[in-house]
Design a protein around this ligand. Structure first.
Ligand SMILES: Nc1ncnc2c1ncn2[C@@H]1O[C@H](COP(=O)(O)OP(=O)(O)OP(=O)(O)O)[C@@H](O)[C@H]1O
Length: 309
């Protein structure tokens, strides 16, 4: 059973369709990437999933039944991009207050906060005020207050913005741990390299419509362009064959693009016949960033090799 299913969701603002007939489902325990350029409709979608907006059309089911915002919201942790902390309140009190607001007893909240503060190296912060925290520090606090009550569904909008690499890794490890313990994570971002590292499944939204839906591995296979990097002690400029084109050079390897229907073995046979000493032969799969740009801008992914032609 899926933890979340959105079916044909639509949301208009005046005449603009911010979300235009979007459907997808998320299995429990997965880390799911909701991607799209600025203004694509991600926040509007999340606001419907968290009960902030009612959809104009379509339906949402949560944990196997119709989504009931008033009841289900206790099972959802949402960390929005714009932070909603009380500036004058002390950090420990704030975490305690928010946890109790989400239904935890004071004793449970206290134990959980202490655990999290140790885990994220925040023990000495208890009596600091939010207004005295740096951007990255308040980001960590916001993360803790989002996950403290052990929600089934955790929605994180740009969770790494403002974090240095060490703190980003700390939070990343916690995201993996929460998923392993059964929570489902929706991760909304423009940062594709983070998505490749963290998410199994993605949905890409553009101009209010879903334009891509699948596992990261499958999407990369679907968009591959039969590019290979050949490490060889040879001048690739001498290779004249109908099997492939040499389209550039990268990291001292020749980048070749195979013609449709040509197998790796045919290419290797050709190179061996030419007396080439092959040190490596690897397929180049497109990065999610390449795929994102190709879909959103309609630009070919091979363009990044143009400069070295
Ligand atoms: N409350 C609102 N009133 C009017 N228009 C809105 C409102 N919220 C969003 N929109 C419009 O809906 C469209 C989708 O916006 P949304 O905030 O969902 O995009 P997004 O994908 O989250 O973008 P970003 O990555 O920049 O945060 C945009 O064109 C935006 O101007």
């Amino acid at each position: 059973m899926n933890i979340l299913e959105v079916n044909h969701l639509v949301k208009h603002f005046a005449s603009q369709k911010a979300v235009d007939d979007i459907s997808f489902s998320i299995a429990p325990g997965s880390i799911f990437g909701l991607l799209g350029p600025n203004g694509a409709g991600k926040t509007t979608l999340i606001r419907m999933i968290t009960g902030i907006f009612f959809p104009d059309a379509g339906s949402i089911s949560f944990d196997g039944r119709k989504f009931q915002p008033e009841e289900d919201i206790a099972q959802i942790g949402y960390m929005p991009e714009e932070r909603g902390l009380y500036k004058k309140m002390k950090i420990g009190e704030q975490a305690l207050y928010l946890a109790q607001l989400r239904g935890m007893s004071r004793a449970d909240a206290m134990a959980a906060i202490k655990d999290w503060f140790v885990r994220l190296e925040m023990e000495s912060w208890w009596n600091k005020k939010v207004e005295d925290l740096s951007k990255g520090m308040s980001q960590k606090l916001q993360f803790v207050t989002t996950v403290l009550h052990r929600p089934k569904l955790i929605i994180l909008d740009e969770p790494f913005s403002g974090l240095d690499p060490v703190n980003a890794n700390l939070i990343k490890d916690e995201i993996f741990r929460l998923a392993q313990e059964g929570a489902t994570i929706i991760f909304s971002t423009h940062r594709m390299e983070q998505v490749e590292e963290i998410c199994k499944q993605i949905v890409l939204v553009n101009k209010g419509k879903k334009v891509l839906d699948g596992t990261v591995d499958q999407v990369k296979q679907d968009f591959k362009e039969h590019l290979f990097a050949v490490g060889a002690a040879a001048d690739a400029g001498q290779w004249q064959t109908p099997l492939f084109n040499v389209i550039g050079q990268k990291d001292q390897k020749a980048i070749i693009k195979l013609q449709d229907g040509v197998s790796n073995n045919e290419v290797l046979q050709y190179l061996i016949q030419q007396g080439v000493s092959i040190q490596s032969f690897n397929e180049i799969l497109p990065s999610l960033n390449d795929i994102f740009i190709k879909i959103v801008e309609g630009t070919p992914t091979a363009r990044k090799f143009d400069a070295s032609l």
